[in-house]
Design a protein around this ligand. Structure first.
Ligand code: ZN
Length: 161
């Protein structure tokens, strides 16, 4: 079950104060350190609302959209729907290739199509479940226009209060 939703979102506004890269066995990994601040906002009773929040460190204004608890639950259901559809596609591709009547391995073209469908289904299932898990109904509007700010999950690695 994804995190509990409350009227006050638990996401933090983060101001990027340091960016380093670490060498690991798998390659270079970027590490971001943020100064974080609690969003002084309340979700609307229904639908969504847009707000402007001033960063407590630099004063820059950041636009944030908040979805109501009921709307966020709907968003989570959509992400679960994507996950379910991905699992259905993955299941059909695997069943068609390895089931009792493996029609999808009849020709090389169908085998490639089956492998592609399985990969797309798996990716959709993983992406849908991840989005469901992380969905909390809080969005930064035009995030690329404010590159030194980010909305962070509480306790996220690399953040610093
Ligand atoms: Zn700032």
């Amino acid at each position: 079950m994804a995190r509990t939703l409350t009227a006050r979102p638990d996401r933090m506004l983060g101001h990027l104060i340091d960016r380093t890269s670490e060498q690991r066995l798998t390659g270079s990994v970027a590490k971001f350190t943020y100064r974080t601040f609690r969003l002084p906002l309340q979700r609307p009773d229904s639908g969504s609302s847009a707000h402007t929040v001033a960063c407590e460190l630099c004063g820059q204004r950041v636009r944030v959209r908040l979805y109501s608890v009921t709307h966020t639950v709907r968003l989570r259901r959509r992400w679960l729907g994507l996950c379910g559809a991905g699992l259905v596609v993955l299941g059909l591709a695997v069943f068609g290739a390895f089931g009792p009547d493996p029609v999808l391995l009849g020709t090389a073209g169908l085998a490639v199509l089956s492998a592609f469908a399985a990969a797309v289904g798996f990716a959709a299932a993983v992406a849908g479940f991840t989005a469901y898990w992380l969905e909390d109904g809080v969005r930064m509007l035009k995030p690329n226009a404010r590159p030194q700010h980010n909305l962070l999950q509480p306790g996220r690695l690399g953040s610093k209060a």
